[in-house]
Ligand binder design. Sequence first.
Ligand code: FES
Length: 170
Amino acid sequence: MLKVEETQPVEFSSALLAKFDEIVKRYPEGKQKSALLPLLHLVQAEYGWTSVPAMDKVAEYLKIQPIEVYEVASFYTMYFLQPKGKYVLEVCRTGPCCLVGAEKIMDHIEQKLGVKEGEVTADGLFSWRGVECLAACGFGPVLQIGPEYTFYENLTEQSVDQLIDDLRKK
Ligand code: FES
């Protein structure tokens, strides 16, 4: 996975630009901005996250203002505006899950991985963050892991340890 630092200029590969062209063709002439969401997904898959230079380049490609890209990317939580691990453990931190120990689970993940929320482990494998309700309130504490957004429910410290160990072995 390529990593792009905040200030590093970005040059999209011809393969990536060909995918952009393919997606933009699906929309009527002059409505190329409609392709913004899938283009940002492609950028994130290529670079691991959605940096400002990459968003600027997308704006240039779509012939729109950078702010139009920033406002979309910062609205949807599936776009990461800072580097992330290969696996992002997203723990529900909303009330019902907190009542059954979500905060304890987050403390445990922080301790187990040795990184604070939003940070990336030295091997690049993991990061974690608290997120709002994942709509599995009856099965808390709950976490999800993208990009498939697999759910892990009724978490305990032991099941979290097992999950992390299994992911390390992948
Ligand atoms: S409160 Fe955690 S899934 Fe709804």
